[in-house]
Design a protein around this ligand. Structure first.
Ligand code: SAM
Length: 286
């Protein structure tokens, strides 16, 4: 009997009633972890797919789009990154992209050890050996607690979290954004996964309200990820260095060329263009 796996994000929402579904050609892992329901299955087109609490997290087919944009935009914008903090990111895709920058050390704080273990086993190309890299410091802990207590300072903080439900809810609070500001080095950058405004418009307005009081500059950039249905996903951006969001194409290009990185989605043009927000998203902002 063919099994179809549907995403619950908008299915039961009385204001929406919409669902993306995948044919699960083979279910590889399905278990309730200490923190959430984790399922990993194979689909003929998307390859391996992971869902947490009924919400699609990543697929083999389109992961590069999201992982390149949430990693390279802040790192190339900053221009002199030595130390990165990832909150969440258990599948290892962001870690992979961050460690492609040769001079960067990275601390990754993930709450659910099972997501890391199962991702190493079933999504080896996501991390591509990054968990074994000596520049990686993996900490299994709650991100909120970590940013409240750490004495380290980071040039870039990347929050690759689940949606604001379950363990991820605390990562969308004013308290968390204030503690991230405390952990940033002078002129550092915070970037956070912030939902798909076509369906989750409120998440943009609420994040602006909660994040902007703690930073001199706060905005969003966008990326379209096929399995994060609804068009553009927003990535929130915050820094006390207002010039970093307004770099010229030439500036970004010279940093990109100097890095020698080959990418599959990210480019200096896409970087600059991503901060151009469509009107329906601009209208969500105060
Ligand atoms: N890219 C995906 C997205 O945009 O929906 C997110 C992928 S990643 C797998 C999300 C990770 O955030 C999960 O591994 C989850 O365990 C982790 N996470 C959720 N809440 C957390 C918390 N409070 N502290 C640290 N990690 C957390």
């Amino acid at each position: 009997m063919t099994r179809w796996i549907g995403e619950s994000l908008y299915e039961n929402d009385p204001k929406v009633g919409y669902q993306q579904r995948f044919r699960a050609d083979k279910v590889l892992f399905e278990e309730k972890t200490e923190h959430q329901d984790l399922i990993i299955f194979e689909n003929a087109f998307f390859g391996r797919v992971m869902a947490l609490d009924g919400v699609i997290q990543t697929t083999d087919k389109d992961e590069f789009i999201y992982h390149e944009m949430i990693s390279h935009v802040p790192i190339f914008a900053h221009g002199n990154v030595k130390n990165v903090l990832i909150i969440g990111g258990g599948d290892g895709g962001v870690l992979r992209e961050v460690l492609r920058h040769k001079d960067v050390d990275c601390t990754m704080v993930e709450i659910d050890a099972s997501v890391v273990e199962m991702s190493k086993q079933y999504f080896p190309s996501h991390s591509a050996g990054a968990f074994e890299n000596p520049r990686c410091n993996l900490v299994i802990a709650d991100g909120l607690k970590f940013v409240k207590e750490t004495m380290d300072r980071f040039d870039v903080i990347i929050v690759d979290s689940t949606d604001p439900i379950g363990p991820g809810e605390v990562l969308f609070t004013s308290e968390f954004y204030a503690d991230c500001h405390r952990c940033l080095s002078m002129g550092g950058i915070l970037v956070t996964q912030n939902g798909v405004p076509f369906f989750q418009g409120e998440e943009v307005s609420v994040t602006q309200e909660r994040m902007s009081p703690h930073y001199l500059d706060m905005s969003f950039y966008v990326v379209a990820v096929p399995t994060y249905v609804g068009g553009f996903m927003t990535l929130a951006w915050a820094s006390d260095n207002e010039s970093l969001r307004k770099l010229s194409l030439e500036d970004v290009r010279s940093r990109f060329d100097a890095s020698g990185l080959d990418t599959h989605y990210y480019s200096p043009e896409v970087h600059i263009g991503a901060f151009g927000l469509p009107r329906y998203i601009q209208k969500l902002l105060k």
